[in-house]
Design a binder for this molecule. Sequence first.
Ligand SMILES: CCCCCCCCCCCCCCCC(=O)SCCNC(=O)CCNC(=O)[C@H](O)C(C)(C)COP(=O)(O)OP(=O)(O)OC[C@H]1O[C@@H](n2cnc3c(N)ncnc32)[C@H](O)[C@@H]1OP(=O)(O)O
Ligand SMILES: CCCCCCCCCCCCCCCC(=O)OC[C@@H](O)COP(=O)(O)O
Length: 379
Amino acid sequence: MAPVTIVILPIGILFILSGLIVNIIQAIFFLLLRPISKNCYRRVNKLLTESLWLQLIWLIDWWAGIKIELHTDSETFQLMGKENALVICNHRSDIDWLIGWVLAQRSGCLGSTVAIMKKEIKFLPVLGWSMWFAEYIFLERNWKKDETSLKSNFKHLEHMPLPFWLALFVEGTRFTQTKLLQAQEFAASKGLPIPRNVLIPRTKGFVTAVNNLRTFVPAIYDCTYAVPKSEASPTLLRIFKGISSSVKVQIKRQKMVELPETDDGIAQWCKDAFVAKDALLEKYNTTEIFSDQELQQIHRPKISVLVVVCWLCLLGFLLYEFFQLTSLLSSWVGILFTVLFLLLVTVIMEIFIHSSQSERSKSMVLPTQDPLKQNLLHQ
Ligand SMILES: CCCCCCCCCCCCCCCC(=O)SCCNC(=O)CCNC(=O)[C@H](O)C(C)(C)COP(=O)(O)OP(=O)(O)OC[C@H]1O[C@@H](n2cnc3c(N)ncnc32)[C@H](O)[C@@H]1OP(=O)(O)O
Ligand SMILES: CCCCCCCCCCCCCCCC(=O)OC[C@@H](O)COP(=O)(O)O
């Protein structure tokens, strides 16, 4: 495994420079095209967004070679990417959202996913800005502040020109042992089933989503994400190191028309879904059987490799011209600027790695080869 800095720097230069180019073009279309035609803007922005986010798909598929096992019935598999869907999932690992992006890319709707997320993410350079242009919904995670913005954002989704996925991690935070203990105490105090592998869902956002989307979103994709016990949970740092792993996802399609009509009924459906998720994960922990749904073959397309190669050629040419034109490396000041730029890229990549880590992986020491220790780390 190469020392991670040697890997992170070139990947960072590729992602950040290409991302800045994409962000500038997105801003131009946002200012000039969106006021004329929102749907034209969205179609163009989908392509721009995918030209950047396919680099992350390349990172997962080809650089780290993460294997994704998708369990769902063939009808759902056929419908994925062809219909609007509200995607809910347990929030288990640092990169489960990236696995969701891979599934969206396989379904042809990577550039038209929208997610509900904590507001801090929109400030992330390049990645957060591209999510903002893609009309991602950013939350304070406080109902009093979020209710109005959620309802208005849901309204904007009504006339999307292409099928979209709206991702909602209903637990509202990533699973850690500390949060599990809090959720268990809370459940005990309310007489709810005690969770073992998930947290208690925060249902106001989900209820509001169902109420505002059910006329134009026909399905809920109830996703369950799991990592085999024998493997450490994948993290961004491990992915940069090219460490492969495998993850499992089950998708159960729930017809929106079959959901209850009342707020309490919708909230209860969500709680029941998470009780079922907890039982599925508990069964997987004890019997190694993850899902009774069919295993679908989702091959890794080469489009992301093509996109990365195109960006490398374009950036290589632009950087060559830039250094030729400015002869930056022939003066000490120029060399200083170049070093400062490389430092800036390294800092931004550190910010990415840090913001992708939940408490659990921040405290995690780098896993040894010893499977027993890896098992402990996986907790
Ligand atoms: C694999 C496929 C994936 C597909 C993917 C595709 C694309 C993927 C791209 C995504 C790119 C990045 C993904 C980033 C994702 C994030 O950033 S996740 C973090 C941000 N997201 C969220 O928070 C969404 C979930 N939260 C909600 O919807 C919340 O309802 C709101 C809207 C934030 C409001 O939260 P709130 O103010 O806490 O209100 P509420 O919902 O009522 O929650 C409080 C209730 O929770 C309950 N509760 C539950 N547990 C507890 C507890 N431990 N203690 C106390 N109360 C508790 C109580 O009943 C409480 O009610 P009260 O007793 O206070 O009345
Ligand atoms: C060639 C490609 C190079 C790509 C390098 C850039 C990678 C960017 C990764 C940035 C990760 C930031 C997104 C984190 C999403 C996330 O998972 O947020 C956490 C929230 O859910 C819940 O937060 P919390 O309450 O702290 O659990």
